[in-house]
Ligand binder design. Structure first.
Ligand SMILES: [Zn+2]
Length: 318
């Protein structure tokens, strides 16, 4: 019974927390994704800030007195829907498209905004990636930067910060102004950073700098008094597959995400120190049930890939 009460208290606390971000749904698809969750939806966080979820993916949109900044267009289909919906929300021109990183699953489909004269902004290394490995669906940036960049559209602005390689070699941290929300593509998805991560086996995850990346992001959040984090992916709430559509939450999720990586790296290191052969480490950690209770949505196959990736990093430094 006490357990039940505690669970209820916890749930009401969570509801209260998410309510404090005042999300208003302004549009949604008629088509279901699964259960009650629709294929896409648009939420409003303030007069200047909107979030668009399309399937499991999300981007943010800033509407200022001088125009609109769209971030990651996601796919041609998603971008077309977002474009139609933005026309209903505002008559301001779409002036900029800002890219969070270089992965095609987040940055495809920008042509519909290019056709309206939008200027595209990305970190310089993203452009390099797209020159080496182009996709016909990715519009190349008109403007690139090295460390920091700020796009202003009157009373609203998007700040972009590069803290070195992380999830790929050009991911940046977005900070919205004046609302002060942070967005970090693919990681730090509220409500909880201890979720099973997306893309556990990605070849271009720079493990050697990941922890430092999140420490920089944590320090940015403190310095800029960030109000919260908008997740770039739909995430789990406590139970595996108990998916929550609205993913705006506390900046604590950045620290949790750092802890997640610190923890998995520590467990692989421990197995190596105990003399387990590198080849056998993934199987060994799964068999021992390591982190099974700590990671929400723990997925054996994904964890094996992640452990293998971390083992390689600890052996080679890459
Ligand atoms: Zn990615």
């Amino acid at each position: 019974m006490i357990k039940k009460i505690l669970v209820l208290v916890f749930i009401s606390l969570q509801v209260a927390c998410s309510a404090s971000h005042d999300l208003i749904q302004v549009a949604e698809s008629d088509r279901p994704l699964f259960g009650k969750i629709k294929f896409w939806e648009i939420e409003q966080l303030s007069d200047q800030l909107y979030a668009f979820r399309y399937t499991f993916y999300r981007n943010i949109i800033l509407i200022g007195s001088d125009g609109i900044i769209v971030t990651d267009p996601l796919t041609p289909e998603a971008a077309a829907i977002l474009n139609d919906e933005l026309k209903k929300i505002s008559d301001k021109p779409i002036k900029y498209v800002a890219y969070s990183h270089s992965h095609w699953d987040h940055v495809s489909g920008g042509q519909v905004f290019k056709d309206q004269g939008a200027s595209f902004v990305a970190h310089e290394q993203c452009l390099q990636n797209w020159l080496e490995n182009p996709s016909k669906n990715v519009v190349k940036p008109d403007q690139v930067f090295a460390n920091e960049y700020r796009i202003d559209v009157g009373d609203s602005a998007l700040e972009m910060y590069y803290f070195g390689p992380s999830h790929d070699n050009c991911r940046v941290v977005f900070l919205t102004q004046p609302d002060r929300y942070i967005f970090i593509a693919d990681d730090a998805n509220p409500p909880n950073g201890m979720n099973m991560i997306y893309g556990a086996g990605l070849a271009d995850t720079y493990l050697f700098n990941l922890v430092s990346f999140f420490k920089e992001a944590e320090s940015l959040a403190r310095k800029k008094r960030a109000r919260g984090v908008i997740g770039s992916h739909m995430s789990f709430e406590k139970e595996p597959m108990n998916l929550v559509a609205g993913t705006v939450g506390s900046t604590r999720v950045i620290k949790q995400q750092r802890k997640f990586y610190e923890l998995v790296i520590k467990e692989v290191q421990r197995a190596m120190d105990q003399g387990v052969s590198p080849d056998l480490i993934p199987e060994h950690l799964i068999k021992k049930g390591v982190l099974r209770d700590k990671i929400i949505g723990f997925d054996e196959q994904k964890m094996k890939v992640l452990y293998r990736r971390i083992t390689n990093y600890l052996v080679t430094g890459e």
